[in-house]
Write a protein of this length. Structure first.
Length: 189
């Protein structure tokens, strides 16, 4: 038995000590963690001895539930900021629609220029759109971060959730199948 087989068997023995009903829940929770997400969580489940379909569904579900929570919170925060800015601008404008003082003018103009990262993100968003940002985003940053940036930028929640779900399913399926095939070659069952 080679060292990799010993490692996999040891990990499966460790996972075997956890009740079977709890194992998918652990994978679901792992899928909710940024940088682990559905892909790595599914791999953990497959290597741990879970059925690949169960591991993939649990991992993708955990990742999507976390993204859903992030999108809802970011959407509410954005709505509050937009409402606050609108009320500030409306209160500081005179009858002619011109700011009444230089302080009012300062409040209506942005305080600082856009960061380099935000400019780069907007460039990629214009180039690839929400589908491209959602599907290619996990190659660079977690889906939670991508979805927060998209919603904060004004993209509709439903559109972000749809494309994040597509990306999560796509990448989790690829990771699940890849890890299952690799496991079949390393540790024949």
């Amino acid at each position: 038995m080679n060292p990799l087989e010993q490692l996999v068997n040891g990990f499966q023995d460790l996972v075997g000590q956890v009740p079977e009903a709890i194992q998918p829940v652990v994978v679901l929770l792992a899928g909710a963690i940024p940088f682990i997400e559905g892909e790595v969580a599914a791999m953990i489940g497959v290597v741990g001895g879970l059925n690949p379909i169960v591991a993939g569904i649990a991992a993708a579900s955990g990742n999507f539930l976390c993204v859903l929570l992030v999108v809802l919170l970011t959407s509410r925060a954005r709505a509050a900021v937009v409402h606050r800015r609108a009320s500030r601008v409306g209160a500081g404008v005179g009858a002619a629609g011109v700011p009444e003082s230089s302080a009012d003018l300062a409040r209506t103009t942005p305080a600082k220029p856009e960061s380099k990262g935000r400019r780069r993100f907007k460039k990629w968003l214009v180039r690839f759109g929400v589908p491209g940002a959602s599907i290619l985003g996990p190659l660079a940053i977690p889906t939670q971060f991508t979805s927060a940036m998209l919603v904060a930028g004004g993209t509709p929640r439903a559109w972000v959730l749809f494309w994040q779900a597509v990306a999560i399913v796509l990448w989790t399926v690829v990771a699940t199948i890849s890890s299952w095939l690799a496991l079949q070659l390393v540790v024949p069952v």
